[in-house]
Design a protein around this ligand. Structure first.
Ligand SMILES: [Fe+2]
Length: 237
């Protein structure tokens, strides 16, 4: 059974699902394709911050969805996906954790420098939390120089590769870089980043592809092993 740490299945006013019903349909689909634990991670964008009102609405939708998902066999949890922005450096970053885990999901910009991203990740760390770097293989800077991602991994930041990158949905460069991170053992997690029915939160095809390339050791990328280590460090199993 798969653990998926990144998806947009709870409606939040971003480019993910537009309704609870649509989100629940994706949850059922995810479960039918082998996912047992799914984090919904609404975007926190510079132009769409997590205001109190927005957070309340998101939590209300989540509270409505979680019991229905549970009945369908899916453990649905709530986190967020941060897009680096200067305003985040002034925020209490503990409000963005992945459920009860001592970790925060943060994406890298597709283009442009990574200085701000690194500062936000360092702030996450300063709060005693582990940054989970979303889809580094889609960032131009990492594509040009994968050693940047190796440096993050060395610092103990978790690297989350998109299932869709490994299936060439985002083009050739993220495909090549995603596989490089997987094959070098730098990736910690493969997640769906599922947004909508046309881009659903599924991991089974990527899992099969990873099995073919690196065998059973690839299973750790899909069963949440890296998150389990965080949970045991924090004694929050
Ligand atoms: Fe995302």
């Amino acid at each position: 059974m798969f653990v998926d740490v990144h998806s947009h299945v709870v409606p939040s006013g971003d480019d993910g699902v537009g309704s609870v019903e649509e989100g629940l349909a994706l949850c059922r689909d995810a479960h039918a394709h082998g996912t047992s634990l799914l984090f919904a991670t609404p975007h926190v964008w510079p132009q769409l911050p997590l205001t109190e009102d927005r957070e309340e609405e998101i939590r209300r939708a989540y509270a409505e969805m979680a019991p229905v998902a549970a009945e369908a066999g899916l453990d649905l949890r709530l986190g967020f996906e941060l897009t680096p922005a200067p305003a985040l450096l002034e925020e209490d970053l503990t409000r963005f954790t992945l459920g009860a885990l001592p970790a925060v999901l943060m994406e890298l910009p597709f283009a442009g420098p990574l200085d701000l991203s690194q500062r936000v990740a360092e702030e996450i760390e300063a709060r005693g939390l582990t940054p989970v770097i979303a889809h580094p293989e889609r960032a131009d800077r990492v594509i040009d120089d994968p050693e940047i991602a190796a440096g993050y991994a060395e610092r103990g930041w978790l690297l989350q590769v998109n299932a869709t990158s490994l299936l060439e949905y985002h083009g050739e460069a993220p495909f090549d870089t995603g596989w490089l991170l997987v094959e070098r053992g730098l990736a910690d997690l493969v997640a769906s980043d599922g947004h909508r029915p046309a881009r659903p939160p599924l991991l089974d095809d990527a899992h099969a592809a990873v099995r073919r390339r690196i065998g059973e050791r690839g299973d750790a990328l899909f069963n949440g092993a890296a998150l389990g280590r965080l949970a045991s460090v924090a004694e929050r199993v």
